[in-house]
Design a protein around this ligand. Sequence first.
Ligand code: PEP
Ligand code: MG
Length: 330
Amino acid sequence: ERDRLARLRHRPAVSLDGQRIELLANIELPTDAPAALEAGAEGVGLFRSEFLFMNRGGRLPDEDEQHAAYAAAVTTMRGLPVTIRTIDIGADKPLDRMTLSELRHEHSLNPAMGLRAIRWSLADPGMFTVQLRAILRAAALGPVRLLVPMISHPGEIRATFEAIERARAQLRREQLPCGDVKIGAMIEVPAAALMLPLFLRHFDFVSLGTNDLIQYTLAIDRADESVAHLYDPWHPAVLGLVSTTIRAARAAGREVCVCGEMAGDMEFTELLLALGLRSFSMHPSQLPGIKQRILRTEIPALEALADQVLTSDDPRAAWLAGRARTVQPA
Ligand code: PEP
Ligand code: MG
């Protein structure tokens, strides 16, 4: 079994019809990067940087400490791309104690819709600049991509690019090394998916955060047990947004990845391939299984099913029935 996994690690993910699929890893700390390599990841598709800030009893990592963490991930990945998401704090990931947190988060009745992620960063420009500087400095050491969480308003796009430019200008003035970064947006609020062309004009790539996209599309709090049974990745509205995002990004020649749980769930691998997805980012432990699934998939045979699944009132049943007719039993 271990031999089989080791062989699988060095084998590229290619579908039966010869299409190359990119498999990336989600990490929370730089110490997760070796496991990503071990699993055969071709890069980090999502570094959830907020984990550097959590459970610290209020003392936040300064620029040098953040830089060291980002640099560690970049050097561990040895030239493979590392996608660093700016802090996604708030809602299900509270900072334990912090001025803004005390001021606003703890008084928010509805933290998932409150000051979270990029909203938080733009509300605290000092903290945001420190993080952007640390990321841009790490980009001098290897390929870094910067990913913006929960961005959903055109004004936030403008403000984010201005903040990045300000941080870069500071580093230049101080003659500190900084690298070029590709800049991407998480598509995880329906508003972003619904105005995707606007995002595609500004960003180099997009990454679908299906965990939050499901939460916000269906108005289901992902942390609320009482509605967990309604949290449904197969919901036609969710599949519709995922599908239009993948298609529009590809049509515009922009890279598109899924980094939410759907990417690491084998139940969705073939469907996502059929919808046109060619880049998946997931927990390293899920990667070998997903790769195996891809190696056995004949994508063109499944593509024809996508449209009927998207218009069905029971997409899961439609998919399973169509798939049973299409895929020859092994
Ligand atoms: C998501 O929302 O799908 C995602 C990848 O981000 P997180 O789970 O960290 O909110
Ligand atoms: Mg999210």
